[in-house]
Design a protein around this ligand. Structure first.
Ligand code: PAF
Length: 299
């Protein structure tokens, strides 16, 4: 595996399969890399803790940095190149000026209208769009791999790329399923901050998501989730059922929906979501319980 620090040395990888990350890699990231490797193209993984997507009160300094372990994992997965740029390779104008550039971006509606992450983390998606766009410009991949765990981010990237075809060409955004621990907790770089009691309480997220398969209306599902999360002492930011594409509110399950949660477990902010297939409203029984599965954790 080649370690690349300057965008000048990326030319050889144009047309690659690309996995952008902020490091602190876990098996969820490994599954993205494995999926990228299946494309048969050289796989490039970026590791860059992006300051423009952290709000002033968020955990940029505390964000885990585990570069040696990350590089060893990427090497073992057969990654062709790890791109670890210094800050000025992505933000030559400096952080303050790049924040201004980010705030002037025209973001797709899915990143500004749902009042989910966009409400809880107001400048977050501008920073994500800025860095992802610049990484794509530098790496020039044929395909890029994003986890469904950050579902609103995934939808933002899909729409952002679709509206900037001249800039990004035929770049394909590939959705990859959320990986879970055997007890259901979605894998996340932030899980390492959970104390043992918080780790146990955090299971309420996946339990709450699972419970919604019994609901007949989105409003019932939302109530069930709030009950489950509150019972476990989590502070809810949102626990909602939304249209799977627009992430706007829905009144029925007749079209595909996404069930999404953000909650704080002590100081740790956790997010999770699952897909809810469209349901025929004339059927009295809930037909998708069996489909409401979680991806198996990797071996
Ligand atoms: O999902 C992440 O790890 C980050 O938001 C991303 C896409 C690498 C941009 O910094």
């Amino acid at each position: 595996m080649i370690l690349v620090e300057s965008p000048k040395h990326l030319a050889a990888y144009a047309g690659c399969a690309f996995v952008p990350t902020m490091g602190a890699l876990h098996q969820g990231h490994a599954s993205l890399v494995k999926r990228a490797r299946e494309s048969g193209k050289p796989t490039v993984v970026s590791i860059f803790v992006n300051p423009t997507q952290f709000g002033p009160t968020e955990d940029l300094d505390r964000y885990p940095r585990t570069l040696d372990a990350d590089l060893a994992l990427l090497e073992s997965l057969g990654t062709a190149a790890a791109y670890c740029p210094p800050i000025d390779a992505l933000y030559p104008e400096g952080i303050a000026a790049s924040m201004q550039v980010a705030s002037a971006l025209a973001l797709p509606a899915v990143a500004t209208e749902p009042r989910l992450e966009d409400l809880c983390r107001p400048s977050h998606f501008a920073g994500v769009a800025l860095v992802v766009g610049r990484l794509f410009d530098q790496v020039r991949p044929a395909s890029a791999y994003f986890g469904e765990k950050d579902y609103q981010q995934l939808r933002l990237v899909e729409d952002f790329v679709a509206t900037e075809r001249e800039r990004f060409g035929a770049l394909e955004i590939v959705r990859c399923p959320t990986l879970r621990e055997s007890d259901g907790l979605a894998m996340s770089s932030r899980n390492r901050f959970l104390s043992a009691p918080s780790r146990a309480a955090a299971l309420a997220l996946s339990r709450a998501l699972r419970a919604t398969h019994m609901a007949f209306r989105p409003a019932d599902a939302e109530r069930m989730m709030r009950d489950e999360l509150t019972k476990s002492g989590l502070a809810i930011e949102y626990a909602v059922v939304r249209d799977a594409n627009t992430l706007l509110e829905v009144q029925t399950f007749e079209a595909p929906t996404r069930v999404l949660i953000a909650a704080r477990c002590e100081a740790v902010r956790l997010i999770d979501n699952v897909a809810m297939p469209a349901r025929d409203p004339t059927k009295s029984k809930c037909p998708f319980a069996a489909l409401f599965g979680f991806a198996a954790p990797s071996e």
